[in-house]
Design a protein around this ligand. Structure first.
Ligand code: ZN
Length: 410
């Protein structure tokens, strides 16, 4: 089978489930579009000779039975949901790529020694309901009914009602994932690194850890006309010092450290009052836990120092503290060999992922690796999300080679 035309046809077919005029997809968990997509995928997989099964919540698995080691499973896939007005590649690409790669292996080499499975995870984005990773968290028996029993979508539809309407329910049987010997997720990069390096493949060695803070500085609101500069306790001035200094420090530390002040709210936020308060966010990520911790200490020390210097008080709330997730080194190495063979030394790089993925859940339980292809202009979570078809094909070819080594070789 021709990988390029097979993938392209499937991509066009599946982009129609929730497809938007002008491109992109809105396919939210348990929506009509989502239901259509999962059932269409089931038919597609069955047509290609996979046996299929849904778990209780709607994760779909397609399986090609292994001839010699059927209880050793080599799995690949991603999530089938999208964000609101998302692109056609985030998640969908990983599922269709795995389908095409495995179907093409079967056509060329027949039945594998080990079983191969395509996994379409029900949900990752947290776009319809305020809960993310519903698919992978159920796949590993982590999600709890009580997490979602009271939540509703923006229209007021209860999670459970949406789920039951879609034909699924809460997990009643634990999934057995102990057979999975390797999990590979192929995904778009959603960043600009590969594009700027003019490379087609990223072999992911880990997913960054992140710390998120909400910081509030308390000073004194006062008259903008009658309060001399020397007598102010101006929180926005302190805030801008913090941003400038820490951003400079982050640049000095260099990649892959990233630091973002994405949200800021001065109080009272008006033109003629010295801002007596400011609340802002800090998002800091790094692939190495020690280096993340060291920079985090520098953040809190500097915020405190500026507050002391300017006569302010400060509250620092660290509300997210996620450890980096390392991919399985031996699997990363195998995939690197496939990349070397398929696209050559110059066309791939080993890199970390700055975004979260289902694979960070998988990595805790099964040997896990990820592959990236470039995103044009780094755009994702947007209807304009795109990747050159030639790069999408290269991604599938690297995946196919890796799957061959894992499932067809002794
Ligand atoms: Zn994704």
């Amino acid at each position: 089978m021709d990988i390029r035309s097979s993938f392209d046809a499937l991509d066009k077919q599946f982009t129609a489930y929730g497809g938007l005029i002008g491109g992109g997809i809105t396919r939210l968990l348990y929506s009509e579009e989502w239901v259509n997509a999962v059932h269409a995928l089931k038919s597609t997989l069955e047509k290609e000779g996979f046996s299929t099964r849904f778990d209780d919540v709607g994760n779909l698995t397609g399986r090609l039975e292994g001839s010699k080691y059927p209880n050793e499973v080599i799995a690949s896939g991603s999530h089938i949901d999208t964000v609101v007005e998302g692109g056609h590649l985030d998640g969908q690409y990983g599922i269709l790529a795995a389908t095409v790669a495995m179907a093409s292996l079967k056509e060329e080499f027949g039945q594998p020694l080990r079983s191969m499975e395509v996994v379409a995870l029900a949900e990752e984005e947290g776009s319809r309901f305020p809960y993310g990773f519903w698919g992978s968290k159920n796949f590993f028996n982590l999600a709890d009914k009580n997490d979602v029993i009271d939540i509703t979508d923006s229209e007021g539809v209860k999670f459970e009602n949406a789920m039951r309407n879609a034909g699924f329910g809460f997990r009643e049987h634990d999934n057995d994932y102990s057979d999975i010997k390797s999990w590979i997720e192929l995904h778009i990069e959603q960043g600009k690194v590969l594009e700027s390096e003019q490379q087609s493949i990223g072999v992911v060695n880990g997913i960054v850890g992140q710390k998120r803070y909400t910081v509030t500085l308390h000073g004194e609101a006062n008259h903008a006309g009658t309060t001399p500069m020397g007598l102010r306790r101006d929180t926005v001035v302190a805030f801008s010092d913090i941003v400038t200094h820490l951003t400079q420090r982050a640049r000095e530390v260099g990649d892959p450290l990233v630091l973002t002040f994405g949200s800021v709210e001065p109080v009272p936020n008006t033109v003629n009052v010295v801002p007596g308060g400011v609340t802002f966010s800090i998002d800091c990520r790094h692939i190495n836990q020690d280096e993340l911790n060291v920079f985090a200490d520098e953040i809190t020390a500097y915020v405190q120092k500026v507050a002391d210097r300017d006569g302010l008080t400060v509250d620092i709330d660290l509300w997210m503290d996620e450890a980096p997730t390392l991919m399985e080194p031996s699997l990363v190495q195998q995939i690197e060999q496939s990349a070397q063979k398929v696209v050559g030394e110059q066309d791939y790089r080993v890199m970390s992922s700055g975004a979260g993925h289902d694979s960070q859940i998988f990595a805790k339980y099964v040997p896990t690796a990820m592959l990236f292809v470039p995103s044009i202009n780094g755009i994702s979570h947007n209807v304009n999300e795109e990747t050159e078809l030639s790069d999408l094909v290269k991604g599938i070819e690297v995946l196919k080679d890796a799957l061959y080594n894992l499932a067809y070789k002794e």
